[in-house]
Design a binder for this molecule. Structure first.
Ligand SMILES: C[S@@+](CC[C@H](N)C(=O)[O-])C[C@H]1O[C@@H](n2cnc3c(N)ncnc32)[C@H](O)[C@@H]1O
Length: 245
């Protein structure tokens, strides 16, 4: 099964969990503290946001609640897009969803004040150079790219609960690996080093404004309490870049 059909199948979860996700959106925010720290000053200007690989769309509802004027989500899963549109419509939130394979968003040049992405997005893209070019095209001059993503070292850590270990079968400089953990077991994930991600962003002509590495993962799965998540190792990074005026 290709990654697109795998995502169509995996996204059925968001249809089944429609009411839980609606309640989550009503009573909590999916944006993390590290995201809000960087995004709040930008959200104060009521940006038009484009969310690449928008998935379940909870972040879009939270971005509007924090000040975004509108969000356009782009994702290649018709199941996830339909579910996210239904939730936004039921909540009366200004989000619109488009089904498209990325990079190559079918949106006009310069339409975004802010391109938002991450939380398990970049690992599905083999060529971040083309992705960054697409981001730069979507941004208006002076607009920003924001990413909160798993740290590229994460595939190397085991999720043992007693102590963190380095997997003998993975390499930081490999181009891909097969995911063997929840929720993407069996899927091919692409690897780009942190330097590779930053080089792609700079190569598209964007100016780096912020990059930081964090110990906290962007998501914790069920009751799992991996030792790798207890503060000694990097699990996520945030990046903010600006298109020159
Ligand atoms: C782990 S989800 C993360 C999305 C979102 N940030 C969230 O938290 O729900 C990854 C999403 O990327 C989408 N995706 C993967 N590869 C894609 C591609 N090449 N073009 C468009 N969407 C893609 C999948 O359908 C899925 O919804």
């Amino acid at each position: 099964m290709g990654n697109r059909s795998a995502w169509e199948a995996a996204s059925g979860k968001y249809v089944q969990e429609h009411h839980e996700l609606l309640d989550q959106a009503r009573y909590s925010s999916s944006l993390t503290a590290v995201e809000l720290e960087v995004l709040r000053p930008l959200l104060a200007d009521a940006p038009a946001v484009v969310h690449l690989q928008s998935g379940h769309g909870l972040d879009d509802l939270a971005l509007v609640a924090e000040g975004a004027r509108s969000v356009v989500g782009v994702d290649f899963s018709s199941v996830t897009v339909t579910a996210a549109q239904r939730r936004a419509d039921e909540l009366g939130v200004n989000c619109r969803y488009v089904i498209a394979e990325l990079p190559g968003a079918p949106l006009r040049d310069g339409c975004a004040d802010l391109v938002y992405t991450g939380k398990g997005a970049l690992i599905w893209l083999p060529d971040l150079g083309s992705w960054a070019e697409d981001v730069a095209r979507l941004l208006r001059p002076g607009g920003h790219l924001f990413v909160l993503e798993a740290h590229p070292l994460v595939p190397l850590w085991t999720w043992d609960e007693d102590e963190p270990r380095i997997r003998p079968d993975r390499g930081y400089f490999e181009r891909s690996h097969v995911n063997d953990t929840f929720p993407a077991g069996g899927a091919v994930e692409y690897q780009t080093t942190l330097a590779g991600i930053i080089t792609a962003v700079l190569g598209a002509g964007l100016e780096l404004r912020h990059v930081a590495e964090h110990a906290e993962p962007f998501y914790r799965w069920g009751d799992l309490d991996a030792a790798a998540w207890r503060g000694r190792l990097p699990n996520t990074f945030t990046l903010l870049a600006r298109k020159p005026r």
